[in-house]
Design a protein around this ligand. Structure first.
Ligand code: IMP
Ligand code: MG
Length: 176
């Protein structure tokens, strides 16, 4: 890949994303009023979105991170997901809000949701920066969605191509 096309096309600017985090943070704060919340970020893609979102949440909040990867060849996802960094906190009877970068086929999230539900939390919901519904294979829906995107390869704002571009301060896409 040539470096000069590496930055791709801008889909959402930092300001647009921060504004959306403000809106969703307000809604989440209302929905969990009087409750305690654990924001559970998925490494590594969700870190930037997590940082925006957590600033906008006004209920008692704790944070933790989990890392999961799906195995099998990229095009024919086997649906096998492995947790490579587990949650540190006790999740029993806690409200968990999984903070994701993007829901694509949904394989990872479906697994994660079931994995977390085994710990008997009070609730498990999902807040994703991006949703790519056209690619969905698993029955999984996000409760809070930043933006819905077409079937593009997204980079930036935490999302990578071959571990690069996570630091771009906007959501963009790579043209092929
Ligand atoms: P899923 O299991 O197919 O829903 O997606 C799992 C993960 O693949 C997401 O959490 C992202 O980390 C990554 N992913 C999916 N689509 C994209 C994309 O367009 N750009 C970068 N990463 C992506
Ligand atoms: Mg991810």
């Amino acid at each position: 890949m040539k470096e000069n096309i590496a930055v791709g096309k801008v889909l959402y600017t930092r300001e647009e994303i921060e504004n959306r985090a403000r809106e969703l943070g307000k809604q989440i704060s209302e929905d969990y009023a009087g409750e305690e919340l654990i924001l559970l970020g998925t490494l590594k893609g969700a870190v930037m979105w997590m940082a925006d979102l957590m600033k906008e949440i006004t209920v008692d909040t704790k944070i933790d991170f989990i890392s999961a990867s799906s195995y099998g060849s990229g095009t024919t996802s086997s649906g096998v997901v492995k947790v490579t960094k587990d949650v540190d906190m006790d999740l029993y009877r806690k409200n968990i809000l999984i903070v994701e970068d993007i829901v694509d086929t949904g394989t990872t999230l479906k697994f994660l949701k079931e994995y977390l539900e085994d710990r008997n939390p009070k609730s498990v919901k999902i807040c994703t920066l991006l949703d790519k519904p056209s690619r969905r294979k698993a029955e999984v829906y996000a409760d809070y969605i930043g933006f819905t995107v077409d079937d593009l390869f997204i980079i930036g704002y935490g999302l990578d191509y071959d571990q690069k571009y996570r630091n771009l301060p906007y959501v963009g896409y790579l043209e092929n």
